[in-house]
Each structure stands twice: as C-alpha cells, then as structure tokens.
Design a binder for this molecule. Structure first.
Ligand code: PEP
Ligand code: MN
Length: 404
C-alpha cells in the first residue's frame, strides 16, 4: 500500500523480544477481534505529522523554561460525552485555566487535553465486588462498560472502533478550535489545544502507527503518555513510544529506581531533544521531598532536556469514610508546591501541571466549596478517579504561581 499515511501495523518480529504487555484487555478469543484490528490498521491517522511538529516546538519552549504546559481533563473520557456541547464545555475550562496560568506566570501556556482518546484505564485490581458479586473491573470505554453487571464488564474489541470514531469526532473539534484561536491570537507558539491519552491498549495503538515519507508516528493522538504501571524500561509500551516521532510523556511514581529512570529516558529520548520527553511526576505529597531531588539529578546528569510536569493527584488518592475514592485539595496543593520548589532549587524549570479536572461543578475531591465527605455523593459523576471541579483547579493554579 502506498500513500501519504501508510499503516505499518504491528511488525511481530519487532516485538518478539519484549515481555508480554501488562494491563491488556482479554479479548483475543472474541469472534470480531481480528477484524477490528484490521479495520483500525486500514483507517486514516487521526493526527498529522505537521500537528505533531507544532506541538514539539511548543514543548521545546516549555523545556527551555520559556512557557508553561497545562495538561488537563477527565480521568476517563466517556463515549457519551463527545458531542459539541460537551467538548465546548471541556475546552472552555481548559482555556480558562490556561489563561489564568498565563496571567499568573507571565508565560505562554501550551494547552493539552486528556481528550480525544482517553478511553482506557490501567487498574490495580482486576476484580471488584459490587453488592458481594465479583465483577471484572471497569477498564475504560475502549474495553468495557462501567455498569456493574457481568455482561457489561466483558472486554469487547468492537469498542476500539467506537473509540476511534469518538476520537475522530473530538479531534475534529480540537482542530476547529485551534484554527479559530490561531486567527485571533497571533502568538508565536501554537498553544493548542492538543490531544493526549494513556497509550495503554496495544491492539489499538500499534494498529494506529503510521509512516509518512520517513516519519513513523502514532496516529491516535498528539501526545501519548505511558502510565506508571506500564513504564518498565523493557516494556512493550516503552518500545512502542520509543519508535514514534510524536512527543511522548511518561508518569513517574514512587516505585521507580534511578537505574530504571536512566534506562527509560535513554530509550524514550536517545537523542536528547528538547521537549521530546515529558516526565509527569506523581510521587504523592508524603514522599516527594525525599524522592524528587535524586530523580531530577538523574535525568539532568543523563543530559535529557525534558519537560517537568507535576501530577499532584495520583499519588494522593484516598478512600473516604463512605467508601468513595477522593483526594484532598490541600494535599494536591502541597505536592504541586513542593514540586515547584524542588525544581527551582535544582535550577530546572517547573514546566506545569497535569490535572484531572471536570468541566462541571463536581463534588469528587474535598476542598474549596466541598467541605465535608457528606457532600461527595451530590455530584460524583466520574467514571474512574475523582476530579477537581473548575473552582478547586483555579485555587490550585493560584497557589502554583503565587508560590505558596
Ligand atoms: C491516570 O492518569 O489516570 C493514571 C492512571 O495515572 P498513573 O498511570 O500515573 O497511575
Ligand atoms: Mn486517573
């Protein structure tokens, strides 16, 4: 097959040496599995090489200390929230927060949504109990449904096709938003909004790798990231993202060793290109002060001009007294502040924040107007992790640029 965006699919020889990927759906026996993979492999890329190049220059500016990055959105996107009204509301919150960050820091802000493909979730436990019944856990709309019934939780590869169509719809809206903003803003940096998601499901991502002339790229999103559970230096996911021209990101949690971190950076950023690699630090407020200095020193001694982002949410998740997952805004503010101070002290640029934020006034995290755990059930609508509401996110950003 020829043409500007040729599918290269999954070259099995290339992957044979890798251990089998973790956190994958169990759907290979489904009668439509092969045909769903084939449909994806012959579908057009959802992003272009040109867009990827624009994002890379924006990220290079962040790596150089000249701009900030705000990456924000839902923990898990829903297939039911891809219409214009939903996307407009999500983009309005992203832009509002980014504008606030720009005004507070005096720097341009690159905007990246957890949007247009964030449909798959890594999970700690494969099974959960609902009313005493063991159920296969919800893994994102690309894999199964959140409804608590055995049928709804079956892994269905046809969902990859729905995820592709939903992503195409959202990416079309992002493109229109970028075009409208470019004519008005006239800024040097293409501030986005760009798409990003956890490139978790190998059947989906590997079948959306494309090549155009000499450039091999991931066609599913602008900025794929690797989750904290799938970032082993020799893992499938690291191999996949090391092979593409997209800028890539990786979550860094407390179990990382300095040896693994060096190996990971060497694989994902072998050429030491500014902005090629974004490290999303999610250590938790209890250990960040102890762990982050050595992490920063390791990356810098390896010569990697990375973008440093804080994800102050995933290391601070709690189960509240009523059994609901929540996070305290105060903990989130603490971790982000500590991150910023440590980066400054070591002479590196705190590049920005990676957040789970809802477009609506949800009651999922405690803080601000959500004062008590009794308020959590009022508007707790997340499909997965608890998100900040826009007011809570604004409070966090304020503490970030005021340095408190
Ligand atoms: C997430 O970002 O929703 C997530 C699961 O993060 P992590 O891989 O850092 O746990
Ligand atoms: Mn999450």
């Amino acid at each position: 097959m020829t043409g500007p965006s040729m599918p290269i699919g999954l070259d099995s020889r290339r992957w044979q040496a890798q251990p089998s990927p973790v956190q994958q759906p169990q759907w290979q026996q489904h009668r439509d599995y092969q045909s769903c993979c084939a449909v994806l492999a012959s579908s057009p890329a959802l992003v272009t090489v040109r867009e990827i190049g624009e994002l890379r220059s924006g990220l290079a500016a962040v790596a150089a200390g000249d701009a900030q990055l705000l990456q924000a959105g839902d923990c898990a996107e829903s297939f039911l929230e891809i219409g214009q009204e939903h996307i407009n509301a999500k983009l309005a919150v992203l832009h509002h927060l980014a504008d606030q960050l720009a005004a507070g820091t005096g720097q341009e802000v690159l905007r990246v949504g957890r949007l247009g493909g964030q449909f798959a979730k890594p999970r700690t436990a494969a099974v959960e109990h609902v009313a005493g019944i063991p159920l296969s856990v919800f893994r994102g709309h690309m894999v199964n449904s959140q409804e608590p019934s055995p049928d709804a939780r079956v892994h269905d590869p046809r969902r990859m096709i729905t995820a592709y169509a939903a992503s195409a719809e959202v990416l079309h809206q992002l493109r229109a938003d970028r075009a409208a903003r470019a004519t008005h803003a006239g800024s040097g940096l293409s501030a986005g909004p760009w798409s990003s998601h956890d490139a978790l499901v190998i059947d989906y991502e590997a079948n959306l790798v494309r090549s155009e002339r000499d450039t091999v790229f991931l066609g599913s999103t602008h900025l794929p990231w690797i989750g904290d559970r799938t970032r082993q230096p020799h893992a499938f996911h690291v191999q996949l993202l090391s092979a593409v021209a997209n800028p890539v990101a990786c979550k860094i949690g407390p179990s990382i060793t300095t040896d693994d971190l060096s190996a990971l950076c060497a694989r994902l950023d072998p050429d030491r290109i500014p902005g090629r690699l974004t490290l999303i630090v999610r250590l938790g407020k209890k250990v960040i002060a102890e762990r982050l200095p050595a992490i920063v020193a390791t990356v810098r001694s390896g010569g990697h001009p990375v973008v440093w982002l804080t994800d102050p949410m995933h290391g601070n998740t709690l189960r509240s007294g009523n059994g609901m997952k929540t996070r305290l805004l105060a903990d989130i503010i603490d971790e982000a502040g500590e991150f910023r101070r440590i980066l400054h002290r070591s002479g590196a640029h705190p590049g920005g924040l990676h957040l789970e934020v809802a477009a609506a006034d949800v009651t999922e995290c405690l803080g601000g107007m959500v004062r008590d755990i009794d308020q959590l059930p009022m508007r707790y609508t997340t499909l997965c992790d608890p998100r900040l509401n826009p007011d809570q996110a604004a409070q966090l950003l304020q503490s970030w640029y005021l340095g408190i």
